[in-house]
Design a protein around this ligand. Structure first.
Ligand SMILES: Nc1nc2c(ncn2[C@@H]2O[C@H](COP(=O)(O)OP(=O)(O)OP(=O)(O)O)[C@@H](O)[C@H]2O)c(=O)[nH]1
Length: 420
């Protein structure tokens, strides 16, 4: 029923498409940070000039015939046609990925038109993906906003997990004197935080890995997705940190309790106590629907600059829960400072070149089952056994005695994936 894959096996290939001007800015920012080398960043644009100044290693100019190297002129039809013209190349890139993130700004031509197209290819090729898009500032005008909202709706037809970062929310939350560039930087940093958290836990670098199939199950829930990040400093209350993550000021106000699933990535120093890890699970269960499938991964980062960091992606939130929850029902609020974080996951990230020779692992979609609560505190107690076992094995400097009947979290040196 299960295949055992040795630790040395490859981590899932995560491809991030940054589409249009906004998407390319995000990708540029991401390329400055330290990322695992299983993450491929692709800057996609119609605008050749903008790509020329991109710092990202892999660039894809789409629609060379359609826009002649210029932008799509705020015409989503053109953006769509441009992506269609480059369908074959997009397919080749998507085919090589195990998990896909697509990011960009809605409201212009390239992002609004090409993001849903790339999403449709991911669906065709049966790849799990999450889309993270911005909506325009109010001052950008009614027409841009309308285009953006139509674009989000269009994307929702393709994507099961769509996270919306309203730029207007940025304007209201951040210091009034902040420059536009810095405001964009804050917004782009959210994606950076989430990606770093996710990749550490989906990859094999986590102490308790999020199984790729669990990830697929959660992101396949139909409906909106939302994400939140927060950090806990010494002496701060854990409940406060969780509330901060659930009330992230830069995101749409959503009612997390209406989510059908959540992926939680915990990053902590080696000093994390079992009781703390346990408390995170219990507190989250109080905040989320009891039937929600919640999966929690843990990554130990010895030189983490705070006590603990938390990243939550909640999925399967129905659209009504977005507009209805203008006033957060949960206690606590957070400031932009709360979401500031620096994570060093791997120091060996190098190139972002796509390796076309790489064999691709086919990822099957799994039917989601909202009533199947995955989070079970009994698993946490296995952690203690796991830690004892780990230190014993480290002393002996050997990996032995894998117990196939044990839950994933207590198997050291092996990753378990479900039937594929
Ligand atoms: N958060 C954030 N939003 C941005 C950034 N750059 C642009 N935007 C937003 O994204 C929307 C779309 O702008 P672009 O991404 O430049 O447009 P495009 O998709 O390249 O489309 P065309 O220029 O028409 O080809 C804008 O209306 C802004 O609201 C950025 O760096 N960060």
């Amino acid at each position: 029923m299960y295949d055992l894959i040795p630790t040395a096996s490859k981590a899932p290939c995560i491809t991030v498409f940054g589409v249009g001007g906004c998407g390319c800015n995000t990708i540029n920012q991401l390329s400055q940070s330290t990322l695992n080398d299983n993450i491929k960043l692709i800057a996609v644009n119609t605008d050749a000039q903008s790509l020329a100044i991109s710092q990202c290693d892999t660039q894809l100019q789409i629609g060379t015939e359609t826009t002649k190297g210029l932008g799509a002129g705020a015409d989503p039809e053109k953006g769509f046609e441009a992506a269609q013209e480059s369908e074959q190349t997009i397919k080749e890139i998507v085919e090589l990925a195990d998990v896909i993130f697509i990011t960009g700004g809605m409201g212009g031509g390239t992002g609004t038109g090409a993001i849903p197209f790339i999403a449709s290819i991911a669906v065709q090729l049966n790849k799990p993906f999450v889309a993270v898009v911005t909506t325009p500032f109010e001052f950008e005008g009614h027409q841009r906003n309308q285009l953006a909202h139509a674009g989000v709706e269009n994307l929702m037809q393709q994507a099961s997990s769509v996270i919306v970062l309203p730029n207007d929310k940025l304007a209201k939350t951040l210091d009034k004197k902040i420059t536009l560039v810095n405001a964009f930087f804050e917004s782009n940093r959210i994606l950076q935080d989430v990606l770093q958290g996710l990749t550490a836990t989906i990859s094999q670098s986590g102490l308790i890995n999020i199984d790729l199939n669990d990830f697929i199950t959660v992101v396949n829930h139909q409906g909106r997705a939302a994400m939140g990040v927060a950090r806990k400093s010494e002496g701060q209350d854990l409940t406060h940190t969780i509330n901060n993550a659930l009330n992230n000021p830069l995101l749409e106000e959503v009612d997390f309790s209406r989510a059908k699933g959540a992926i939680v990535s915990v990053m902590a120093t080696e000093d994390i106590e079992l009781s703390q890890y346990n408390a995170i699970g219990e507190l989250l269960q109080q905040q989320l629907d009891p039937s929600a499938m919640v999966i929690i991964g843990l990554t130990i980062i010895p030189d983490l600059s705070c006590e603990l960091e938390l990243m939550i992606i909640a999925t399967g939130i129905d659209s009504d829960a977005i507009e209805e929850s203008k006033t957060p029902t949960k206690q606590g609020s957070s400031s932009a400072e709360d979401v500031t974080k620096t994570v060093i996951i791997h120091s060996d990230s190098s190139t972002n070149i796509i390796d076309k020779s790489r064999n691709n692992t086919k990822v099957n979609r799994i039917d989601s089952n909202a009533n199947n609560a995955r989070f079970d505190t009994s698993e946490l107690f296995c952690l203690q056994d796991f830690l004892v076992e780990k230190s014993r094995k480290e002393e002996q400097k050997e990996i032995a005695g894998l117990d196939l009947d044990s839950p994933t979290c207590i198997r050291w040196g092996a990753k378990v994936i479900g039937d594929t």
